[in-house]
Design a protein around this ligand. Structure first.
Ligand code: AMP
Length: 283
């Protein structure tokens, strides 16, 4: 069932809660693909009722980012959600979520400020304000859906970390379920932004996951020094790829890791042409 307004969603959820049903939320920006589908399937296995939100959240995009151009395929998204058995597809407008100012004017909105030491790293560095926007919309979606479980992809590892920390720090009654990265047959992480890639950019982009797999292989052979791992991964990247970062972080504290070990997050962001892509592995 496709719903656009918060009141309608709340009315249905209230009824489900009365019936003692568990609710799973899958927050997305739409343009759904097999990565999103894996989250929805996991939610179906875990919960009695599943809400998929489809919302291209304006407050998490910077002024020079792809908010206007971001792919919007609501009809197809709704069909996929129905096929997968989602109970509600919640696709609000920006006005429904943020009122007349659509939240684009940040000083007129209450924001969630995620922990600065985590925000001031990786994607947060080149996308100022991005994670404030993400945490804010996610908290709103938690409150609207009253979900017991929410499903996030490890693909956005920093986002996942920030959301888990928000839940802990703000004592939210919701369980965050992390889902593995879904990849194309050749290893490229599936992303709504992959459609921007030309054929040659896709070839270049493929070296991003190859570099990560190379690190994993070297690590499994006993190489732990992250500067050695960094250098050999860089040599795999296509020379046309514009690297934003390739970093090693402890995935339980988010601190930089000098030596790789179990649970080290290796995260990369890079541009193929104009398209910014992110990927990661956990060792
Ligand atoms: P997005 O629509 O890009 O905001 O993503 C919505 C959710 O889907 C996030 O939790 C993402 O981490 C997750 N997701 C996106 N791509 C993938 C993928 N390839 N594999 C698994 N989860 C993904």
């Amino acid at each position: 069932m496709l719903l656009n307004n918060i009141k309608d969603v709340k009315t249905i959820i209230q009824q489900w809660k009365k019936e003692g049903l568990t609710i799973g939320l899958v927050p997305t920006m739409g343009a759904l693909h097999i990565g999103h589908a894996s989250l929805i399937k996991k939610a179906k296995e875990t919960c009695d009722r599943v809400v998929v939100s489809v919302f291209v959240n304006p407050i998490q995009f910077g002024p020079n980012e792809d908010f206007q151009k971001y792919p919007r395929t609501l009809k197809k998204d709704e069909e996929l959600c129905n096929e997968l058995g989602a109970d509600i597809v919640f696709a609000p407008s920006a006005i429904e979520m943020y009122g007349e100012n659509t939240g684009l004017c940040n000083n007129e909105l209450t924001f969630v400020c995620p922990a600065y030491n985590i925000v001031d790293a990786l994607c947060g560095k080149s996308r100022p304000g991005h994670f404030d926007g993400v945490a804010t919309v996610v908290l709103k979606l938690f409150n609207i859906s009253k979900a017991d479980y929410a499903f996030f992809g490890q693909k956005d590892a920093q986002q996942l970390f920030i959301i888990k920390k928000m839940v802990k720090d703000l004592n939210l009654d919701i369980k965050i379920i992390s889902c593995p990265i879904v990849r194309e047959h050749d290893g490229l992480a599936v992303s709504s932004r992959n459609i921007y890639l030309s054929e040659s950019e896709r070839e270049q982009a493929l070296t991003i996951s190859k570099a990560l797999f190379h690190i994993k292989e070297l690590y499994s052979k006993g190489i732990k020094d992250t500067s050695v791992l960094f250098d050999s991964a860089i040599s795999i990247l296509d020379k046309n790829i514009e690297l934003d970062y390739l970093e090693f972080r402890d995935f339980s504290t988010f601190e930089k890791a000098q030596m790789a070990q179990e649970n080290t997050l290796v995260a990369i962001a890079a541009k193929a042409g104009k398209t910014r892509l992110i990927d990661n592995i956990i060792l």
